[in-house]
Write a protein that binds this ligand. Structure first.
Ligand code: CUA
Length: 308
């Protein structure tokens, strides 16, 4: 642990060391140059108005020295930087893979066993994790400041970052690419779990698989943030309440009426703008197309059916 100087990952400390090294070199140059400048100002200042000024045409030896030394220092900085950068870009082969999806304006994660979580990411302590990332809309940037990892998340192209968290705890996840009005709210937490916590979390995943569909749907409804806009008690929010929704007849903004069945619900989750209910605004809800699996949608529908 001491080799990482209290940092959450070894690489974070490696990156910091490069920064400190550059800072140290720059600080030395700054102090040295200014010391010489001040010394020369005092030592060679004009002492009387009629003092003759000496003229120096040049000094080849000096010029070679002050070109060669900084060049060597620059190459040392470059070499040191590229060694650490290569480590940052080269995940270990046995790294655990997690898929990351960036979407206006949230993060979603999918584990190898098919488990999905949104906003917050959970990883085991001391295990290398590789995030395979893509965006479904615009360019985002996945950023964990404390781990010193940041990478653009772009549509139709996979990018990746990796890290090995040594210290359990919670760390901020930011979007570091201006991606629209809610960019500043595109936040999340990375939770690094101890082996025991990770074990418990895995067990929870098993329990979730054995749950009846409407229970899973209920969990999704809160974990995916649906509850923020859709009430379950019949009161009106940014979106219509889901209480008593299934089987009812909804009047749409275009004047037509639709019978709420599985297809209407599925379409409204995947492409919310397709059928806007009268009295509500379009473009309020993110499209979940490509975000939810078939199973998730049928679980959500099962949950909505229970709210009579
Ligand atoms: Cu996504 Cu900023």
């Amino acid at each position: 642990m001491s080799s990482i100087m209290g940092q959450p990952t070894e690489l974070a400390w490696q990156v910091d060391k490069v920064q400190f090294f550059i800072l140290l070199v720059m600080a030395f140059c700054f102090v040295a140059c200014n010391a010489v400048l001040i010394y020369f100002m005092l030592r060679y200042r004009r002492k009387s108005p009629d003092q003759e000024v000496s003229t120096v045409a040049g000094n080849h030896v000096l010029e070679i020295v002050w070109t060669a030394i900084p060049t060597v220092v620059c190459f040392i900085i470059f070499y040191y930087g590229i060694v650490v950068w290569t480590d940052l870009r080269t995940p270990p082969e046995d790294a655990m893979e997690i898929n990351v999806t960036g979407q206006k304006w949230s993060w979603a994660y999918e584990y190898a066993d098919g488990r999905t979580v949104a906003t917050d990411l959970y990883v085991p302590q001391g295990e290398a994790v590789r995030l395979v990332m893509k965006s479904v809309d615009v360019i985002h940037s996945f950023y964990i400041p404390e781990f010193r990892v940041k990478e653009d998340v772009v549509p139709s192209y996979y990018t990746n970052v990796w890290f090995k968290a040594e210290k359990p705890g919670s760390y901020n996840i930011f979007c570091a690419e201006y991606c629209g009005i809610e960019h500043s709210g595109m936040l999340g937490k990375l939770h690094v779990l101890t082996p025991e916590e990770w074990e418990a979390w895995q067990k929870e995943a098993e329990a979730l698989k054995a749950m009846p569909p409407h229970e899973r749907g209920k969990n999704l409804f809160s974990s995916r943030g649906c509850a923020g806009c859709h009430s379950i008690d019949g009161s009106s929010g940014i979106g219509p309440s889901i209480k008593g929704l299934y089987g009812s007849a909804e009047e749409l903004a275009n004047g037509s009426t639709v019978q709420v069945d599985e297809n209407y619900l599925s379409t409204s989750i995947l492409r919310p703008n397709a059928q806007i209910v009268a009295g509500y605004q379009p473009n309020q809800m993110p499209a979940f197309e490509g975000q939810l699996k078939e199973q998730d949608i049928s679980d959500l529908i099962a949950y909505i059916k229970t709210l009579k």
